[in-house]
Write a protein that binds this ligand. Structure first.
Ligand code: AMP
Ligand code: ZN
Length: 114
């Protein structure tokens, strides 16, 4: 059994607050939301960091962004806007080592991020 928190969500060992799922991608609400709408989109394949991506993962990354597009439409924030972020390793602020795309919406986002 995997020790990875997000793999446990994929296997059903832990039940996330799911907002989207298909064959390759799962999306659920962040447990500590940083915006009124904060969702994490993850691949079902365990990939620890962006540095572990290979060329054959390119379609999978595309599917993650297509999931974001669908979630934004469903949440009614596609036109008002949203932000996507993927953190990598310590300086990037990554705390869970299974890649995930943050999708934040429902407030004005600042730039540059902290
Ligand atoms: P990062 O810091 O980019 O690795 O993001 C990890 C995210 O996972 C953080 O925003 C956490 O709030 C979120 N998180 C941690 N544990 C859980 C959980 N059990 N369910 C949902 N989100 C979680
Ligand atoms: Zn994992």
């Amino acid at each position: 059994m995997s020790e990875c928190l997000f793999c446990k969500m994929i296997s059903g060992e832990i039940a996330p607050d799911k907002v989207y799922e298909d064959d390759d991608v799962l999306a659920f609400r962040d447990i500590s939301p940083q915006a009124p709408h904060h969702v994490l989109v993850i691949p079902k394949e365990h990939i620890s960091t962006l540095n572990d991506l290979d060329a054959w993962h390119a379609p999978l990354l595309g599917k993650m962004y297509l999931a974001v597009k669908e979630i934004a439409k469903q949440a009614g924030v596609a036109e008002s806007g949203y932000r996507t972020v993927m953190n990598c390793n310590q300086d990037g602020g990554q705390t869970v080592y299974h890649i995930h795309l943050h999708m934040l919406a429902g407030r004005d986002m600042q730039w540059p991020p902290g």
